[in-house]
Design a protein around this ligand. Structure first.
Ligand SMILES: Cc1ncc(C[n+]2csc(CCOP(=O)(O)OP(=O)(O)O)c2C)c(N)n1
Ligand SMILES: [Mg+2]
Length: 729
């Protein structure tokens, strides 16, 4: 086969593939003129026929879905066409329900080989509630099968790579600790993750290679290179093929193959997979495949590929190629091959009929499986201290001690992030140890070892993404983001992966990940990138729990509670509060937990309610004290968690005082105060004697010079002024 692009090198024709470099398409020869395809002779005939059959079923399912999509009975279609032979050949060396899988949407043939049925696939295509991957919530080809270790798939291209690495990392950790509750792993399992050549442009792919190689993880990356990312040619995507780009990654074994050559894919793939399975380090397969159909039902490739190229793609289809080989090797006759194809079409049609008759999801279930708060003991507002003579400790120390307590009690907990470890093992006996830039993780590595507390690359997406993968395996990862101001690279993993896992899999997968984040300003010199708040952005994400304690006692109770949760938690630790004496408390007795969604009345009052959280709790208390000398009695409510938040407590307080002032450190516009205000306006309107007020940061950034910081962030005097005015309305 001669691709127009490949043949066009030197002929002046723009190629969709990388030209003039190894790993481009020049290896792809004409079916008649190029080097012969690998020999099928070494494989059992029954396996060859089975793989041909699965390939035909995969294609027949595509064809049936396309038909149904045109009839508006399926609402989206994305095919696995052209990728089938590569995937089925690789699947011969993979172990269903033993290895772990993070497939791409074109891996239809792979999941069939792993035991997903045509009916399962059709149930998702029609959006049935019986769709085992998502209950009708996800688009077709968003694979997920909890009993087969096929991890629920999201849509962002490339975001599967870091969770896959986290999964491999967890597998190793678990295999070495066979007694871990609720976790299971095989010492020689591998983690499979696939993507297209387009998705290799995503930074997360490179971050995942970094860690897979650094830790020699048993991860198999499969890049199925069909020459296009929707309409963008591979050569326009990157300066060289991925097999060449990854050359600097020490320990990564790179294998190239042509995805229409079953024998070669099976032989080379088998060797590559065996090497990963043997623990020799990660592998990357770069395979050329075809894309005979448009990118998806929303695309028409005739708009950007010329007729000659499309005709060639069809004329050199990998399934046809395998069929010709099977016939010429005497494994099947042409008549038998035609019968296999006909049977596949019948099977797809029958699966479609059954799926079309299957029930659809009940719209009243849309908020099921967003989060599921753990059932915890009834709240004990004023817990006894851990010991009678316990002295108050500041919040940073309280969190540090709680991490020690939690790690001692639960070996599933691992702490990781930038600088969280103490020091390299070889110097640990001679130095004090770092333990985080705020010292909150100090001593964890020394006490629990480097497998329980370790440094990561300076890459926030890497930190959270690996946490997601570990959580999927039943561990209780505790990731640290050094400064809230640098959380944004991790947004994809928090927003699109961690938070959606329970919902998108309809409860089959959960992500019990705790992400601790140092947040906030009032640092005198913190400036733009060491002062940010911004919790409202995370409160906006369904599926994510958000804690924002204002004192040591609550931080302990909430951290204990966070590790009891099965859902991702953003645990916001205010840097300014870390060492304040006013936020210090004795460590509460063991077992005392503070459930999410339970605020507290930090100061009772009659005339006005201030609702606040984090660093502005103390400022509100000081303001309330000042105002009290004028005879105004202010109640201060500390929400303690903002997702969920305590509607009942706020409603009760406002019913008593008739006035509400919301105070927060974040900016005004679309700050979380807007949510509290809107809720009170809607639900407590008849209790209000005055408009709801807000005291917040200015809608700008935090300046370095102290008078700028003072002017921008809310201060006690701002609260006094606003509260006094509101009390007089
Ligand atoms: C992060 C992200 N950006 C954009 C998209 C939209 N999109 C879906 S598939 C695709 C092309 C992917 O190309 P490639 O990785 O080569 O896979 P192929 O479809 O060719 O198999 C794009 C741009 C997306 N899903 N995720
Ligand atoms: Mg592609």
């Amino acid at each position: 086969m001669v691709r127009k692009g490949a043949a066009g090198r030197g002929a002046g024709v723009k190629s969709q593939a990388h030209s003039g470099v190894t790993g481009g398409r020049q290896g792809q020869g004409s079916a008649t003129t190029a080097a012969p395809l690998g020999s099928l002779r070494s494989f059992p005939a029954a396996e060859l026929v089975e793989d041909f059959r699965l390939a035909c079923i995969s294609r027949a399912l595509d064809d049936r879905e396309i038909l149904l999509q045109k009839q508006s009975r399926v609402f989206f279609q994305i095919s696995g066409a052209g990728h089938e032979i590569l995937l089925l050949a690789l699947a011969r060396s993979l172990r269903p329900a033993y290895d772990w899988f993070f497939p791409y949407y074109r891996d239809r043939a792979l999941v069939l080989a792993l035991g997903v049925t045509p009916l399962d696939i059709m149930l998702q295509a029609v959006g049935s509630s019986l769709d085992p991957a998502s209950g009708g919530r996800q688009m077709p080809c968003h694979w997920g099968a909890v009993t087969r270790n096929i991890v629920t798939q999201s849509s962002p291209t490339g975001s599967q790579c870091l969770p896959a690495v986290g999964c491999a990392e967890a597998g190793r950790y678990i295999a070495r600790r066979p007694d871990l509750v609720g976790c299971a792993a095989h010492g020689d399992e591998i983690t499979y993750v696939s993507l297209g050549e387009g998705a290799t442009s995503e930074g997360e792919f490179w971050e995942s290679l970094n860690t897979a190689c650094r830790l020699h993880l048993p991860t198999l990356f499969v890049v199925a290179d069909n020459g296009y990312a929707i309409s963008v040619r591979a050569a326009d995507q990157s300066p060289a093929p991925v097999a060449e780009l990854v050359r600097g990654f020490r320990g990564l074994a790179v294998t190239q193959m042509e995805g229409w050559d079953y024998a070669s894919c099976r032989n080379k793939g088998g060797r590559a997979i065996a090497r990963v399975r043997a623990g020799e380090g990660p592998g990357l397969i770069h395979a050329h495949v075809t894309r005979p159909y448009s990118h998806s039902s929303a695309d028409s490739q005739a708009k950007y590929r010329d007729a000659g190229e499309l005709a060639e793609e069809l004329a050199h289809d990998p399934i046809d190629t395998l069929e010709r080989q099977l016939v010429s090797a005497g494994v099947l006759t042409e008549v038998e091959a035609a019968a296999v194809r006909a049977e596949a079409r019948d099977l797809a049609a029958a699966a479609a009929e059954e799926a079309l008759a299957a029930p659809r999801p009940d719209p009243t279930t849309v908020t099921d499986n967003v989060v599921q708060l753990p059932s915890l003991p009834e709240i004990e507002p004023d817990p006894a201290p851990a010991s009678a003579d316990a002295e108050p400790v500041v919040m940073a120390e309280a969190i540090r001690l709680t991490l020690h307590e939690l790690l001692a009690a639960d070996e599933r907990i691992r702490v990781f992030g930038e600088d969280v470890a103490d020091a390299d093992d070889d110097v640990l006996d001679h130095v004090e140890g770092k333990g985080g830039v705020f010292g909150v993780t100090r001593g964890l590595q020394r006490r629990f070892g480097s497998a329980r507390c370790y440094n990561t690359p300076l890459a926030e997406s890497n930190i959270v993404g690996r946490g997601v993968g570990q959580a999927l395996r039943g561990l209780r990862p505790c990731a640290e983001i050094q400064f809230f101001d640098y959380i944004w690279p991790a947004m994809q993993q928090l927003h699109s992966e961690a938070a959606t896992i329970r919902w998108r899999s309809n409860g089959d997968f959960t992500c019990p990940l705790v992400v601790r984040v140092a947040i906030g300003g009032y640092l005198t010199g913190g400036a733009l990138w060491h002062s940010q708040s911004g919790e409202s952005i995370f409160a906006h994400i369904p599926g994510l729990l958000v804690a924002f304690p204002s004192r040591a006692r609550d931080a302990v109770g909430l951290l204990r509670s966070a590790f009891a949760a099965q859902d991702p938690v953003l645990f916001l630790e205010h840097k300014h509060l870390y060492r304040q004496r006013y936020a210090a408390d004795p460590i509460p007795r063991p077992g005392w937990v503070l459930p999410f969604g339970r605020g507290t009345v930090a100061r009772p009052g009659r005339d006005l309610t201030i609702v606040t959280w984090g660093a502005t709790v103390q400022k509100s208390l000081v303001a309330a004290e000042q105002i009290s000398t004028d005879g105004c009695s202010v109640e201060v409510v500390d929400l303690r968690t903002i997702s969920p938040w305590d509607h009942d407590l706020v409603g009760e307080s406002v019913a008593r005082t008739g006035r509400l002032l919301v105070v927060h450190e974040d900016t005004l516009t679309a700050g979380f105060g807007a949510e509290v205000s809107a809720w009170v306006a809607e639900h407590c309107f008849w209790d209000l004697d005055a408009p709801v007020g807000r005291v917040t940061a200015e809608d700008t950034f935090v300046g370095y010079e102290p008078s700028l910081e003072h002017a921008i962030l809310p201060q006690v005097e701002d609260i006094v002024t606003a509260a006094t005015a509101l009390a007089k309305v």
